[in-house]
Ligand binder design. Structure first.
Ligand SMILES: C[S@@+](CC[C@H](N)C(=O)[O-])C[C@H]1O[C@@H](n2cnc3c(N)ncnc32)[C@H](O)[C@@H]1O
Length: 227
């Protein structure tokens, strides 16, 4: 062995054990930090991305200030309970509570629900608001006399049926940006993307009743003809 080889060999032998231990520790810390950050990023982002992966894609798009004003204008003569279906960051619920409604929001995204609760508390309306982490298709809206929805066209026909079955005849429904496909609005407020359509539950419920009676009669009549 040359003198140089001997020198290198002894230096490496003296460095290696502690070097590899500290490199190992650093590796663990880096893996932990990267892994933790990825998990945190996933936990925050997943609830925002999840609606896009559902059968009906209803992403978080907050109402504009003009839209919120139009909703309040449309419900000016009303009072009592109000629900915003898919309440996002709670802006419609909080604005409604400030106008005297007992207002609730149903929202799939837990981060948005916690943020809404915090905002309601900060703005002093936590007593007249409630926010629920729920799937809109799995809850009943029967107890609400004012209903607000900022949905997407793909869900409106299914929602028409659900609301027509559940709501009392005295309820009003306000649709933001996209109207219901078959209901006839009693009036509208605003214009362009901020338009809201106001529907009277008494009207759409009696129309649904008539449709059901007609189809029952048709079915019975065709049965009679067959026999
Ligand atoms: C277009 S945003 C409207 C937000 C709020 N209403 C507003 O006007 O500012 C629709 C909201 O519905 C929520 N959402 C989507 N699918 C849902 C479901 N199945 N049940 C409850 N909320 C849902 C989304 O997370 C999103 O926050």
């Amino acid at each position: 062995m040359s003198q140089e080889e001997g020198f290198l060999g002894s230096t490496q032998a003296s460095r290696c054990p502690s070097d590899s231990r500290s490199r190992g520790r650093l590796g663990l810390v880096v893996t932990g930090v990267v892994g933790g950050s990825l998990i945190a990023l996933y936990a925050v982002a997943a609830p925002f991305v999840a609606p896009a992966l559902r059968k009906v894609c209803l992403p978080f798009v907050p109402a504009t200030t003009a839209q919120v004003e139009n909703v309040l204008k449309a419900l000016r003569a009303r009072s009592g309970t109000l629900v915003d279906i898919g309440s996002g960051d709670g802006r419609i619920v909080i604005a409604a509570a400030k106008h005297g409604f007992q207002a609730s929001g149903f929202e799939l995204n837990p981060w948005l629900v916690w943020y809404s609760r915090y905002k309601a508390w900060r703005e002093g309306v936590h007593c007249s608001t409630s926010f629920h982490i729920s799937d809109l298709w799995k809850v009943s809206f029967a107890q609400y006399s004012n209903v607000v929805i900022f949905g997407v066209p793909q869900m409106m026909d299914q929602l028409e049926l659900k609301l027509a079955r559940e709501l009392p005849s005295t309820a009003k429904v306000v649709a933001c940006r996209f109207p219901f496909p078959t209901w006839v609005p009693e009036r509208t407020a605003g214009e362009g993307i901020d338009t809201v359509w106001v529907y009277n539950a008494g009207t759409f419920k009696s129309n649904l009743q008539q449709e059901m009676t007609k189809s029952t009669l048709k079915r019975d009549y065709s049965l009679d003809e067959d026999t």
